[in-house]
Write a protein that binds this ligand. Structure first.
Ligand code: DC
Length: 213
């Protein structure tokens, strides 16, 4: 695939919407570097968790950002529900978001472009992105997907608990004052509730091609 000049793709959406899968597929297709920005917030959460910090204390959360370099962003522990929950809490602090801003903006600004996925890529990190997607699915469908994923890792779990967690996370991510989860005015909405993975990727590619004009 020919590499277009500066193609920046912003993929936003709630937890377990499929945005990560779509972002990775787009990055592969266009041969672009990909950043899962949720991993940065999860990294801060794991750093905080390791030193026994309080997610309700902004100074401790800020200290966890300073110690982020000590966290391996490939660590499997980052994917746990506990860390996702703490990440959702610490990401509500503007101080934490500001501290992670430049790193994400630099990633989006690299030569040739990049694919970033998260909650505020199209609205805050890369408002001038070439293509913006807002990937979503009903809470029930997302809970079902997350449930299967957790079960697949051999961890016992109840579907109702996963659904309750998803709803709580949606509320916190969309309800915070600082860069809340929101669809950018110029983002293409992709509801994957009734779609398989391949179809969702095909639709995402179509949207990016349309945006590239
Ligand atoms: O996408 P994820 O589940 O890995 O993200 C974990 C948490 O990080 C999510 O609940 C909210 C926060 N987050 C954010 O506030 N902004 C982003 N760009 C990405 C994630």
């Amino acid at each position: 695939m020919e590499k277009p000049s500066r193609l920046v793709i912003a993929v936003d959406g709630p937890a377990a919407s499929g945005k990560g899968t779509i972002a990775r597929a787009l990055a592969r297709h266009y041969d672009l570097p990909h950043l899962d920005t949720g991993m940065l917030y999860r990294g801060v959460a794991l750093s905080l968790f390791r030193f026994g910090g309080d997610p309700g204390n902004v100074f401790e959360a800020r200290r966890a950002v300073e110690a982020l370099e000590q966290v391996d962003l490939g660590d499997e522990e980052l994917r746990s529900e506990t860390i996702g929950e703490i990440a959702s809490r610490v990401s509500a602090y503007p101080e934490v978001r500001e501290a992670l801003f430049k790193r994400q903006q630099d990633f989006a600004g690299q030569d040739g472009g990049a694919v970033l996925d998260g909650r505020d890529i199209g609205t805050v990190i890369a408002p001038d992105a070439t293509a913006k997607l807002f990937v979503t699915a009903s809470p029930e469908v997302r809970a079902q997907r997350r449930f299967k994923e957790i079960e697949g890792r051999g961890i016992p779990v109840h579907l109702e608990d996963v659904l309750a967690d998803i709803r709580a996370r949606d509320e916190r991510d969309a309800g915070r004052d600082s860069a809340p989860l929101a669809q950018a005015a110029d983002a293409v909405l992709l509801d994957t509730s009734a779609m398989g993975v391949e179809e969702a990727i095909a639709k995402a590619l179509e949207a990016v091609e349309a945006a590239r004009g």
